[in-house]
Design a protein around this ligand. Structure first.
Ligand code: NG6
Ligand code: CA
Length: 504
């Protein structure tokens, strides 16, 4: 054969081999909602609100009834998901202000780095809330580092903290987009900067009133009072009604651009976190006010991602994990009728408590895993947690992480429906810590507030130990600690042992 032909032929053989090996490695998308409760989606029992797309995911995959975030608020929950370590082991991992420095060390293994090492394209689109840069004082008018890139994401399109915190801007690859250099951004969480009106001084300018005593009355952006002060960056500021559509389009673009190679996308939705401000096409669609409307909107976004995968022919070879960062809350800072128009809906379903709470409502999450053709659809009661995704995906991708000390357990067999137990036990975090083991739940005694009056949440704190038999009391109403003193002791010891564990 002519040598040129041979060269040509071998090129195609190589290409074929490359593509078929690439095809064997599934793409992975983690969709993480913000403050979406266990009872907020219809496949977990909601009847007043309909989430057909999430239900479809659940019907194609495994719906976990005992799937968890490791903490009841955003920052510690996301910290664990990305690092594979419990956030309570590290100071400074509570809810971060919008100007916080990056809290994830850049020299540690992370979930995106596991994928990167395995040759994946990695991206994050959505809410970040893990800090940016090396210090609070930083120049938002230049690229900001370290950030998602140093944590392991090749591509990022994020907002820094929460939708209710300044700066209300997007950063693409760590640079604020749409910025006019002649109108630089300044951010301050201590004192007012610039001349923008604040919600406190000018409530008449607000389209969404702040709740009494909950703050959210500092710089007004898009008719909404925020936490924190900012000036400048007028052309870069977002419009809340466009948040989810913007993230969706960036997520779809990332998928399209990386369709030829395996990719990992962490798609961190903003809904239904406050301020809830649905896109026009979703206003008044739920009959439950804006909180319901933005849940309809988030469900629609999930459907759009599924459609995009199908159009590209990637649906069969893409694992989707759908979950939420912490439990639900109704009044989290704005008077948006979430309570008055609830219409009997139960955001936490059968669970007690919600966001901020050490009861199950705080950390037991919708948790759905799909991988069409590989994972058999069903329902699983296995105990799994977002902190386990790092070790589980390392196992799936055959990445050796044996030298990495973490809290992440390889629960791949549970995630794929081949094991009904999952991890042995799990530590949950709100203010206090709790342990779940064999369907028993222990909450350590503590003197924190039992009830948050502002948000109307039962926090689950009590000065005496609490023990619940979740197999018949998932709503944690009957404290049986006194009947089982031995169990209480066993749990105390377990918690003590976990607290003393050194991971570094
Ligand atoms: C709280 C805010 C709340 C919300 C939360 C963060 C007050 C009174 N409340 O401090 O509105 O922003 O932080 O939510 O300021 S999370 O889902 O990102 O953890
Ligand atoms: Ca949250």
């Amino acid at each position: 054969m002519h040598y040129k032909c041979l060269l040509f032929l071998s090129f195609f053989i190589l290409l074929f081999l490359h593509q078929s090996s690439a095809q064997q490695r599934p793409n992975v998308i983690i969709i993480n909602a913000d403050d979406l409760g266990y009872g907020d989606v219809s496949c977990y029992g909601a009847t007043k609100i309909h989430t057909p797309n999430i239900d479809k995911l659940a019907a194609q995959g495994i719906r976990f009834t005992n799937g968890h975030a490791s903490a009841a608020t955003c920052t510690p929950s996301r910290y664990s998901l990305i690092t594979g370590k419990y956030a309570w082991r590290k100071n400074g991992t509570g809810i971060l202000p919008g100007d916080a420095a990056l809290i994830i060390p850049t020299d540690t293994l992370t979930l995106p780095k596991v994928f990167k090492q395995a040759g994946y394209a990695t991206g994050v689109v959505g809410k970040w809330h893990l800090g940016l840069g090396n210090a609070v004082q930083k120049n938002w008018n230049e690229p900001v580092a370290p950030g998602p890139r140093e944590v392991g994401f090749d591509y990022s399109f994020i907002f820094p903290a929460t939708a209710d915190r300044v700066p209300t801007v997007f950063l693409e690859n760590q640079t604020v987009i749409g910025l006019d250099k002649n109108d630089p951004i300044e951010v301050d969480y201590q004192q007012k900067v610039g001349n923008d009106p604040t919600g406190k001084e000018h409530p008449e300018l607000l389209k969404l009133q702040s709740s009494p005593q909950q703050g959210h009355d500092q710089t007004i952006v898009n008719g909404i009072g925020r936490i924190g002060y900012m000036s400048g960056g007028k052309t870069a500021r977002w419009t809340d009604e466009e948040l989810s559509l913007t993230f969706l389009s960036k997520a779809k673009t990332f998928i399209e651009k990386n369709q030829q190679r395996p990719f990992f996308l962490y798609y961190a939705l903003n809904e239904p976190h406050v301020p809830r401000m649905p896109a026009t096409m979703f206003k008044d669609t739920s009959g439950m006010g804006y909180r319901g409307d933005v849940i309809v909107e988030l469900d629609w976004c999930v459907g759009e991602i599924m459609k995009a995968l199908a159009v590209l022919g990637l649906d069969k070879n893409t694992i989707i994990i759908f979950t939420s960062d912490n439990g639900p809350v109704l009044d989290d800072g704005y008077q948006d009728e979430a309570i008055t128009r609830l219409n009997g809906h139960k955001p936490a379903g059968p669970l007690r408590g919600g966001k901020y709470s050490i009861f199950e409502g705080g950390t037991r999450m919708p948790f759905i895993v799909t991988w069409p053709g590989i994972i058999k659809p069903g329902i699983s009661n296995a105990l799994v947690c977002q902190v386990d995704l790092l070790a589980s995906f390392a196992a799936l991708l055959k990445e050796d992480i044996s030298g990495f000390k973490s809290d992440s357990k390889n629960v791949l067999n549970a995630l794929s429906g081949n094991d009904n137990k999952g991890r042995d036990y799990l530590i949950e975090q709100a203010g206090a810590l709790a342990v779940i083991k064999d369907n028993w739940k222990y909450i350590e005694p503590n003197n924190r507030q039992a009830y948050n009056k502002l948000t109307g949440t039962e926090l689950g704190n009590a000065p005496a130990p609490q023990l619940y038999d979740l197999s018949k009391d998932v709503g944690e109403t009957n404290n049986v600690a006194r009947q089982y003193p031995e169990k209480v002791k066993e749990f105390e010891a377990l918690l003590e042992q976990e607290r003393n564990k050194q991971l570094n």
